[in-house]
Design a protein around this ligand. Structure first.
Ligand code: NZQ
Ligand code: ZN
Length: 385
């Protein structure tokens, strides 16, 4: 395997009722800004649990962080931070709220001209307010990683810094019971594809990483559909397995010491940036096409995936790979997400604009071998029609 250094400092507080633990986990003298989204936490009891847990803290709130959080919204949080001398951020929500709060944490103490520079121009982040989170939607892994994705004027771009890694993350599977089927699907599919981005590359004999990744894929294939089925959807054990799988899929562990792809994400971000399609629903369209177009470069891992995930051992290599791709698409269909651009009413006419945006964003050498040029991204989008 490749050389690596691995450290994940986020303390995980897992299980039912763990929200109350934030009363101890946040310093008593902190001035806390609780950040959240459009209000789901007000109707599912999470806000009340936060209020009870912070009864001895000084805290304020900032709401309205939208899915695919925007620069404009996030910058509005800087006023209350300055006004109240906030020195601790608590994000309560899904990946968008956690990502948005990571941006706020760095923007609040940014010393350059415009905090967008650390996103668009890659200016280093040298300081950030401490932050932690209560996760309400298992999907992105943002609760214990260093990455975030923010959008400005249709440009959806990632940034990362160890300084924005949450200090702790509360993972209470019970808070996920209020999720709509659409958000459950999105979460399972996003976590599945995070695993694939770090697994389906070329082999470096990273046996531990491969088998951890395969364990996550099998768990998501097994538990995902159950979280949608009427008889099992409220089963907390199922929700807990999905929640922990999603965190483990992108907390740095399975990606250490192995090549990583991320072309599906970078191409898919353009679909969200241009058309506002949910993150996971863009990934489920792009990944099967990446598997088809990059079949030769990924051959060895595709065969391993076919055998270990789908039990495919009969037939020639070509047919096993073909079948593994079909079964992946069938899993996405069972999770009720689209697998073609036509499923979201997009056709060939959209492709030129998407390629232009990818190029503008410098996404011109994607994938584990940096071999995916805009021309190959075009082939991928054509394969996704
Ligand atoms: O805003 P509220 O009212 O809270 O409603 C949200 C939102 O409408 C709702 N929701 C969340 N928890 C709920 C709930 N509704 C009922 N009950 C609950 N318990 O779900 C909706 C979607 O939330 P969002 O946070 O947008 O979803 P998700 O967690 O999928 O996050 C997606 C964002 O994360 C980024 C994506 O690009 C996208 O912007 N990603 C971040 C990554 C990272 N930081 O490492 C990696 C990912 O690949 C991804 O790119
Ligand atoms: Zn993702």
């Amino acid at each position: 395997m490749l050389n690596f250094s691995f450290q994940n400092t986020t303390k995980i507080l897992f299980g039912e009722g763990q929200i109350q633990a934030i009363s101890q986990a946040i310093p008593k003298d902190a001035k806390v800004l609780v950040t959240y989204g459009g209000g789901s936490i007000k109707t599912n009891g999470v806000y009340d649990q936060i209020t009870a847990a912070l009864s001895e803290h000084t805290w304020f709130e900032f709401s309205g962080i939208e899915p695919n959080p925007s620069y404009e919204t996030l910058m509005k949080a800087l006023d209350p931070i300055r006004e109240h001398g906030i020195d601790f951020l608590l994000a309560v929500g899904g990946g968008s709220v956690v990502d948005g709060t990571k941006f706020i944490a760095a923007a609040a103490v940014f010393e350059g001209d415009d905090p967008w520079d650390f996103v668009a121009k890659g200016q280093p982040i040298t300081k950030a307010l401490p932050l932690a989170c209560v996760l309400t939607l298992p999907a992105t892994g943002s609760e214990s990683n260093i990455g975030a994705v923010v959008t400005r004027d249709g440009n959806k771009l990632p940034f990362s810094s160890p300084l924005v890694r949450p200090l702790f993350a509360v993972l209470d599977p019970a808070v996920t019971l209020s999720l709509s089927d659409r958000q459950i699907s999105n979460g399972v599919v996003d976590a599945f594809i995070h695993t694939m981005e770090q697994y389906l590359t070329y082999s470096v004999n990273g046996k531990v990483q491969d088998r951890f990744a395969e364990g996550l894929l099998l768990t998501l294939i097994e538990e995902g559909p159950k979280a949608l089925a009427v008889e099992t959807k409220n089963d907390l054990a199922i929700r807990g397995n999905i929640m922990w799988a999603a965190t483990m899929a992108l907390n740095g562990l399975i990606g250490s010491g192995v090549p990583q792809d991320w072309s599906t994400h970078m191409i898919a971000h353009e679909l969200t940036g241009a058309y506002g399609i949910d993150h996971a629903r863009t990934l489920s369209i792009v990944l099967p096409a990446v598997m088809k177009v990059r079949k030769e470069a990924k051959r060895e891992k595709l065969l391993q995936y076919a055998e270990r995930i789908w039990g495919l051992t009969d037939g020639d290599e070509e047919s096993r790979i073909q079948r593994a791709i079909e079964l992946t698409e069938q899993f996405f269909t069972a999770m009720q997400v689209p697998t073609r651009l036509s499923h979201v009413d997009l056709g060939e006419a959209a492709i030129d604009g998407l390629i232009a945006k990818l190029t503008q964003h410098g996404m011109v050498k994607l994938g584990e071998q940096k071999a995916i040029t805009p021309e190959i991204s075009r082939e991928i989008l054509i394969a996704a029609l």
